[in-house]
Write a protein that binds this ligand. Sequence first.
Ligand code: GCB
Length: 648
Amino acid sequence: MAWKLLLSFFWLGLCRAGGLLSPKESPSREVKDLGGLWGFRADWSEQRDAGFAGRWYLQPLRQSGPVMDMPVPASFNEITQDPNLRRFVGWVWYEKEVLPPIRWLQTETRTRVVLRIGSAHYYSIVWVNGVQVTEHEGGHLPFEVEISHLLADAPGEPCRITIAINNTLTPNTLPPGTIQYMPDESLYPKGYFVQNTHFDFFNYAGIHRPVLLYTTPSAYIDDITVTTDLIGNIGLLQYLVSIQGSPRYSVSLTLHDGDGKVVATGNGSAGELKVPNPILWWPYLMHERPGYLYYLKVVLSAEVDGTISEDSYTQTVGFRTIRVTSNQFLINGKPFYFHGVNKHEDADIRGKGLDWPLVVKDFNLLRWLGANSFRTSHYPYAEEIMDLCDAYGIVVIDECPAVGMKDSANFGNKSLQRHLAVMEELIRRDKNRPSVVMWSVANEPASELAPAGQYFKTVIAHTKSLDPTRPVTYVSNAKYNRDQGAPYVDVICVNSYLSWYHDPGHLEVIQLQLNSQFDNWYKTHQKPIIQSEYGADTIAGLHTDPPLMFSEEYQSAVLKEYHAVLDQKRKEYVIGELIWNFADFMTNQGTTRVLGNKKGIFTRQRQPKSAAFLLKERYWKLANESLCLTPPKYDDVCLPSAQQLKRS
Ligand code: GCB
């Protein structure tokens, strides 16, 4: 059967490295959050190797030198007043002592204890009680390791977790960067170097997402893969469950609707559930019931040494379909128009550290704006954010951290292998999410370079082999007739900054140039197009008439010119518009940046500039045009939890 083939693709591609299920509590699983204050030290030695030479991981960090408090999750860059720590490049050391509950360590229960790091930028090495347990490359995806054996050695004793993190980027990391030494000692201090990057955001570093300990029984559910389809009015849910720890087991599944009612049951580690008339997962503002989720409860009974143990895990599921034609993007068979934003996981003091008030505020602002989608520019966002996209019906273009690939050195085999590995990790993490409707494998690579063609052909083919259910794109700023990778994408995503980087100040050329941009891309490739970035830097509070660059009026004027063309082209083949950017964000210092990039329609403190009101009016108008049922007003539309409150 076709779905079995489909799942086996998924399976073959992803099972090699095991699963990466989000840690969740269940009757058989506990989760302990290790957030809070950690010990911290940057290694200031010239080669940044004092920590390894002195084996700082072998004893408490305070015994090898001074230690400061560092919050986790947070970037370390903005926490102190030290400009050198703000721009530090090299190894930093984090440490935390934790006391695992004694019940986790009793030999008869044989609990697995797993250490999971939501993300740490960029390269991490982890020790537990001085023993190296894992290392991981990549700053935006989770990694984990079982540490039960190390805890069992000293039950009741605190366990010391040491994490060394290096934010150095090289031509083969994702994103890439280079270290430039300044050897002229008449100009620079001895050993002076800087890190150069070709991306436009500050390279915040540290432990950015929650660090957790979680438990499972020794025989456990390692991974779950679900895909959904609709045949007539029957919802089909195909599942694959991967089990570790025992060859003798049985798996039972129950699918619950949003009210907890069981709507289907199944057995075995692979199969299909049928749900008549399922409530579909709809994007926000496309339906009065967006983001509807079902809950697949998977229960494992396994025999270990003659006794039966149980593990259970609940996987969220959304029934929805995606199809791309030459000029449309269809969700559940209906044309979907992306009216949304590009974001960054960026805010003042915490840098890129996950912060719940900020997360929820941003979703409230998206709702205020009438945005139905965003792109995770330019790296995967926290799982906590993705969970809310699933729940609220926010459509996501899930982008990997391939940004700033501007040099031919970024298209060699080493970069390619890294790129393929990152796509595997990303798909492993986000494959079950209904909110994710497309993968973006890069942002503005030098796709006009000759090696880019074969490079992106390979990355896209690999992505599709791992996930045959979703379209793939990358975001281009190359010329339509020079882009080597465009033949391989499903949707063309184009960035342009007309009357900003090109013809600055000349609003009058936007419409002509934008029309040509769209027509040229469409004629050449016959694929649907998203305007994936456009905008203008704007200092909040700066006003001019006539509109001049950097004023609020100029930003609004740029948007209006773009919108006039988008309104024509969306009747033909343009399937979306994503403003650059949702909010102002920090960048490297430079002559074109005033405390960061100011193209936000909100300030970094999340206050609206004039353009936010303009966009809000437009997005709500667009939403009301595409609604299938009663058009909601923004103040009627609440978070799902608030809806539930209303119902009860
Ligand atoms: C772009 C990049 C984005 C920048 C933006 C800008 O094309 O994709 O990362 O921040 O332009 O403002 O220059």
